[in-house]
Design a protein around this ligand. Structure first.
Ligand code: ZN
Length: 261
């Protein structure tokens, strides 16, 4: 079965910075999609901020198994209605992969419920990414560590909730460390945050980064499809209880009546 991945790009820096345009002439989202297409089991398409409804209509999301998100310059431009729509699909089982500065995206903050802030420095320094969870599916086929010669530094504290799993920890030439590969589960949706990917460096041309992203798409894909029931809170009246029970004590609702939702 082919996994349908959708790479969402903010698509702003590519049109404003010659440096970014020279590294990513077809856009960062297209570079990420190309890395995913090296795997015949992944069908990767793209959408950008400037598309109607940011390219994230109900139809598109319903067909998407895993959504990848890169944003930085204008997180605020993403419509709250679309953010809620994406959140609903994640709760129902769509995978979500947040790339680099997507740590401050509306959708990540919405799903984390915390500031998601961090330290940063743009000095083109070396990043050494350590695999701290060697048999995790996202780390499959990776060496003990890999390096990116030029990257932006992100440093702790990273104000996110304690993750489900930590897959990578980065060390930077300037001395800081950062939890750079984190997994979460929200409803039926698998979420992965992956740190590298600053726009002025060729990170999305790196073979190992490509491997991580392809692994992450496979990991985030919920093979069971969507579970719309995640939103429902049905009342189970006494007469429908699995075992015969007798009502006792005080209660707010009559048996069978709709409860609070
Ligand atoms: Zn950056």
């Amino acid at each position: 079965m082919t996994i349908k991945a959708l790479v969402w790009g903010e698509n702003i820096h590519e049109h404003k910075s010659e440096v970014v345009a020279s590294i990513y002439p077809d856009g960062m989202h297209e570079a990420v999609a190309r890395l995913l297409r090296e795997d015949a089991g992944i069908e990767a398409s793209t959408a950008v901020l400037q598309d109607p409804e940011h390219g994230l209509t109900e139809d598109v999301l319903a067909r998407t198994d895993v959504l990848l998100w890169w944003g930085h310059a204008d997180h605020a431009a993403v419509d709250d209605v679309v953010v809620e729509r994406v959140a609903r699909h994640v709760w129902e089982g769509m995978g979500l992969i947040l790339l680099h500065s997507a740590h401050f995206s509306k959708i990540f903050k919405r799903l984390m419920g915390t500031p998601c802030a961090l330290k940063w420095r743009e000095a083109g320094e070396r990043e050494r990414i350590w695999v701290v969870n060697p048999r995790h599916p996202i780390a499959e086929g990776l060496p003990e560590f890999f390096e990116l010669e030029n990257e932006e530094m992100y440093g702790e504290p990273f104000s996110v909730p304690e993750p489900l799993e930590t897959v990578f920890i980065s060390w930077f030439q300037g001395g800081e460390v950062f939890r750079s590969g984190l997994t979460y589960r929200r409803g039926a949706g698998n979420i992965f945050y992956f740190r590298p990917g600053h726009e002025t460096y060729p990170t999305y041309h790196d073979a190992t980064v490509g491997k991580v992203l392809r692994n992450a798409v496979h990991w985030a894909h919920n093979r069971q499809g969507r579970y719309p029931g995640v939103h429902e809170a049905p009342n189970v009246p006494v007469e429908k209880a699995l075992e015969a029970i007798e009502e006792r004590g005080g209660k707010l609702h009559k048996s069978g009546e709709e409860g609070f939702r």
